[in-house]
Design a protein around this ligand. Structure first.
Ligand code: NAD
Length: 500
């Protein structure tokens, strides 16, 4: 029987009332296992109303109350890691160990939220003028929304809501309709941890639900993570409706390999970062830039390693790479490889037409490796979001940096070298929000913020870390004077107040 995933509104399951559902498929079998309710405008309004009502008390609750609930949530999340990873594998397809890694990185943000009291400490200046003190405080915004992508169904929501609710906001999450179950599990765990009803709500759906959140007058801020065209749309629309917005988009992450690099380590890193999660990571390495003479050796080392990767269902502990999210996406990824030779690429490995015995209807594709890729090739220009690695050649460090900086994307990038001076130059010269030095996927820890530049992020704030606290709060400055009874009356003075 097909499962149904419903909304979570006001602390309980809310059955879909719109009559519209979307299919959720197990990518390893191609079978539709679940249908997910798609919210109407009225259902989104009900979720926002529940969040608004809850904000009346949650926004006034003490830091001690909020963080004690988050500590309980952290313990529950830890306890249910395996179960959540299982839900992710069943709907996303990534292998179980990778899904566990996603939960672990999400947990880091809960750690940060448990200590939000340190981040929310205000500032006080005493005696700025005679008997005058000034304090700066930060306060929550109210109801905030999160709209998240399919590729990290637990981690990306966890980048957002722990910080938002720790700061005193209430939250409405619209997770990806392709793998919605992890979000509902997170809602259940929050409830079990003692979170008051309405503080965290989940509405499922498509553009109808998203558009309502973007225009709803009671939604004060929108956090979005997804593809670049939708991120740009979310930023423009939410901003036009007067909301604070951070919209993280797609990527084409480059890895620059200098001639002095440890080529075995670079090849290991390239294969792990390009093909992990079947390339469906916003921080995947999708372009390697080989500098000088290292190209041929590096490509050979990558090919040797890539050929050994075991592809299979995410539930099989021996699988290293699972299927892609949908058949349509698999076919789109394949089309880049099929067109590569005509665009001037050398096809070293062709993963198209791959299948897994016993799971023929799964969304399989093998690993592809394209060498001497011209920057004009679509395989280079587009975010493919699949297991396709492009290798480009550059004569010098400067040529490599110029090539990377010409990309419209600027999410993450990495340099592989033994030369500290070159690595330092790269950190300063490269136009990307996150840089790895001999680290291929430089996803920042929870207490440093995550975010890209250029077409990889629209808005002023990166996500989580200090930026997260800043995004989910607004500043207030209080100037206080307590006159001494002995002071002479100040009298009326129409001049602009001066401090003395
Ligand atoms: P997507 O943009 O298709 O969808 C993201 C969210 O937007 C989903 O909740 C979806 O329902 C909604 N959405 C889709 N089309 C919409 C429309 N026309 N109007 C309003 N809402 C719409 O992204 P995806 O395919 O789920 O995820 C993959 C993308 O996300 C990749 O581009 C990847 O790079 C990006 N991503 C970026 C980061 C980052 O941190 N920069 C992290 C993870 C994923």
């Amino acid at each position: 029987m097909t499962n149904i995933v419903n909304h979570w509104i006001g602390g309980k399951t809310a059955e879909g009332a719109s009559g519209t559902y979307g299919p959720v498929t197990n990518p390893a079998t191609g079978e539709v296992t679940t249908k997910v309710a798609f919210a109407s405008v009225d259902e989104v309004d009900a979720a926002v109303a529940a969040a608004k009502e809850a904000y009346l008390t949650w926004g006034q609750s003490s830091l001690a109350q909020r963080t004690s609930i988050l500590f309980r949530f952290r313990a529950l999340l830890d306890e249910h890691r395996d179960e959540i990873a299982g839900l992710i594998t069943a709907e996303h397809g990534k292998v179980h160990s990778d899904a566990l890694g996603e939960v672990a990185r999400g947990l880091e943000i809960v750690d940060l939220a448990c200590g939000i009291n340190v981040q929310l400490k205000g500032e006080l200046s005493t005696q700025v003028a005679t008997r005058v003190d000034v304090s700066s405080i930060r306060q929550p915004l109210g109801v905030v929304a999160g709209i998240t992508p399919f590729n990290f169904p637990a981690m990306v929501p966890l980048w957002m809501f722990p910080i938002a609710i720790a700061c005193g906001n209430t939250f409405v999450l619209k997770p990806s309709e392709k793998d919605p179950s992890a979000a509902v599990k997170l809602a259940e765990l929050l409830s079990e941890a003692g979170l008051p009803d309405g503080v965290f709500n989940v509405v499922h759906g498509d553009k109808v639900a998203v558009d309502r959140l973007l225009e709803h007058p009671d939604v004060k801020a929108v956090s979005f993570v997804g593809s670049t065209p939708i991120a740009r749309y979310i930023h423009t629309t939410a901003s036009a409706n007067g909301k604070r917005v951070q919209a993280l988009g797609g990527a084409k992450n480059h890895m620059l390999v200098l001639p002095d690099a440890d080529l075995d380590a670079a090849a290991d890193a390239a294969v792990s970062a390009a093909y992990g999660s079947a390339g469906e990571r916003c921080m995947a390495i999708s372009a390697v830039v080989a500098v000088g003479s290292v190209g041929d050796t590096l490509v050979e080392k990558i090919r040797e390693r890539a050929e050994k990767i075991k592809i299979g269902p995410g539930t099989d502990p021996s699988s290293e790479m699972g299927p892609l999210i949908t058949k349509a996406h698999r076919d789109k990824v394949a089309s880049y490889v099929e067109g590569a030779a005509a665009e001037g690429c050398e096809v070293v490995l062709d993963g198209t037409g791959y299948t897994v015995e016993g799971h023929e209807d799964g969304h399989w594709i093998g690993l592809s490796l394209l060498d001497r890729v011209p920057t004009t090739a679509k395989a280079y220009q587009d975010e493919i979001f699949g297991p396709v690695l492009c290798v480009l050649r550059a004569e010098t460090y400067e040529e490599g940096v110029a090539l990377i900086n010409a990309s419209p994307f600027g999410n993450g990038t990495a340099i592989f070298t033994r030369d500290g001076g070159a690595a330092r130059r790269f950190q300063l010269e490269i136009e990307a929000g996150m840089v790895g030095v001999n680290v291929p996927i430089p996803v920042p820890v929870g207490y440093h913020s995550f975010g890209g530049w250029k077409d990889s992020l629209f808005g002023d704030h990166h996500i989580y870390g200090n930026d997260g606290t800043h995004f989910y709060t607004r500043g207030k400055v209080v100037t206080t004077r307590w006159p001494d009874p002995a002071d002479a009356p100040a009298g009326v003075d129409l001049g602009f107040p001066r401090n003395h």
